[in-house]
Design a protein around this ligand. Structure first.
Ligand SMILES: *Cc1c(COP(=O)(O)O)cnc(C)c1O
Length: 499
């Protein structure tokens, strides 16, 4: 399977090359040349397998330059019972005959990015070997919270890698900060930047484009790399869980093999829902893909009107991981809908960067609307939904999942489409206890973060995840604060002075 960039007809690369590069040299995103097909018979075989087995099968369709053994090793390291407690890894919980929740939050950071970031380090180190690179991959991440921790957990103590995460001083929640500063691992570093998230991100970008530094580090055996969400090595692992969820539904007798399901996804950067689109086009029986947004509803408008317009107010919501106005993975979908006409796609992307806006033509809008539905929920509706789902179904969902629950309900009301639906649940309710407590129980959050976890556990009768509760007793390992213009020096010192 070859990979092409969305922005030029540049020669194809292998999956290992695409994973090492992340972004294509022309600024585009890599995409496999076609959709590999999974027949119903193959799907039946997947039903009999465990998550790890399903992952190897699906990944081998896309990562054809990896041996099955390499994939099996990577998958075993990523999805062990130590990292994901449930035997199904991504369990499916049925709320009623029609509504099923895919729980993607049983990993080390209690949110769905673990699925990609637990596997990526192993795919990356294997890819480096395949491309003949013997350097240590140094991952630099600027984070406003969740991605940094998920990347730290994924890369910690993975041989052949080091990871350094920068977060804005005072710009994360206290719990997010603690998750990072208590991180274990001999190959990790966590630095607080005296500035905001943009300062941290700009600083990282500057390090990535510093040629003299790149050469100096290369001379010492280091290669800078990113764990960015546009890396194909982050998207591929997400396709797996949609296949797995379908298999779980068949296995539980909730659907019959070949029966179609709809999938509703709380969406920010468009990675998770794009993985569902890929699963569908590889042969998974899927009807509608329902794109759920919070008040930053740029995607709802786009899928309704064909106009993508980021020139609008930006809201900080109770579902912060979806507070995004530029959904970078949408580029991959548009490229496909342009019939892989990269020049046409590039026209839209150029308009997006110069005017913050583009309008797709009628043919593309028609294709979009044939497969996608869209809707959004503001914070008030999200809170009401958390309450309703708790009262009605005895199920506690986080704010992101609640956005999807609401949008699915509205979709069913509007269309009468009673196809069984899978809701992608992207975070544990405990991760957003401050918003979930008042919404579900009318209780005001009290005390420190750990008191709130205990409060939510008490009110719901659920156990607070050990991944969060356990932070209380861990020592903080990282306390250094650097100025934005001191980030490069800090990376140099960390890599070169402790050798
Ligand atoms: C990242 C994230 C999302 C958005 O997923 P995308 O792939 O960016 O669309 C939704 N919910 C949670 C909890 C997340 O962390």
């Amino acid at each position: 399977m070859n990979y092409f960039s969305t922005r030029s007809g540049a020669p194809a690369v292998s999956s290992a090359q695409a994973i090492v590069a992340g972004l294509a040299p022309d600024g585009g995103l890599y995409l496999p040349e076609r959709f590999p097909q999974v027949s119903l018979q193959q799907l039946q075989a997947l039903v009999e397998m465990d998550y790890e087995g399903r992952a190897v099968e699906i990944l081998s369709l896309f990562l054809t330059d990896f041996s099955r053994q390499e994939l099996a090793d990577a998958v075993a390291a990523a999805y062990s019972r130590e990292k994901f407690a449930p035997p199904q890894v991504a369990p499916v919980v049925s709320l009623d005959d029609r509504t099923h929740v895919l729980e993607l939050f049983h990993g080390p950071t209690c949110a769905f990015k673990d699925f990609a970031l637990q596997l990526l380090p192993h795919l990356l180190t294997a890819s480096l070997r395949k491309t003949g690179c013997d350097k240590t991959a140094v991952i630099l991440v600027a984070t406003s919270g969740d991605t940094g921790k998920a990347a730290l957990e994924g890369f910690a103590d993975v041989a052949g890698t080091k990871i350094c995460v920068f977060y804005p001083d005072g710009g994360t929640s206290n719990m997010q900060r603690l998750q990072m500063t208590t991180q274990k691992g001999d190959n990790v570093d966590v630095l607080s930047v005296a500035g905001n998230f943009d300062n941290a991100q700009t600083g990282v970008k500057r390090i990535f484009t510093d040629r003299p530094l790149e050469e100096e580090l290369a001379g010492k055996g280091f290669l800078l790399s990113s764990a960015n969400s546009i890396n194909w090595g982050r998207l591929a692992p997400q396709i797996v869980y949609y296949f797995s969820a379908y298999c779980e539904l068949v296995k539980a007798g909730k659907i019959s093999l070949g029966q179609r399901i709809n999938i509703c996804v709380p969406t920010g950067n468009f990675g998770n829902i794009l993985a569902a689109y890929y699963a569908k086009h590889c042969g998974l029986p899927v009807g509608r893909l329902i794109c759920a947004s919070n008040q930053n509803n740029v995607l709802t408008d786009f899928l309704t009107t064909g106009v993508y317009d980021r020139n609008r107010a930006f809201y900080l919501t109770t579902s912060p991981s979806m507070d995004i106005l530029i959904s970078s993975n949408l580029e991959r979908l548009l490229y496909l809908l342009c019939g892989r006409d990269w020049a046409k796609l590039k026209g839209y992307m150029d308009q997006l960067s110069s005017q913050g806006r583009y309008q797709v033509d009628a043919a593309i809008l028609e294709q979009l609307q044939a497969e996608f539905a869209a809707g959004y929920a503001d914070d008030t509706t999200t809170a009401q939904t958390i309450h309703q789902v708790w009262e009605r179904n005895g199920y506690l969902c986080d704010t992101h999942t609640a956005v999807a629950m609401h949008v699915l309900e509205e979709y069913v009301k509007k269309t009468g489409d009673n196809t069984p639906a899978l809701v992608s649940s992207t975070a544990s309710p405990f991760k957003f206890a401050d918003a979930v407590l008042p919404a579900a129980f009318g209780a005001q959050a009290k005390g420190d973060d750990f008191d709130r976890l205990a409060q939510l556990a008490e009110a719901s009768g659920l156990a607070a995840p050990q991944e969060l509760m356990g932070l209380k007793s861990l020592p903080e390992r990282f306390t250094q604060v650097v100025p934005p213009d001191g980030m490069k020096q800090a990376v140099r010192a960390w890599l070169l002075e402790n050798q």
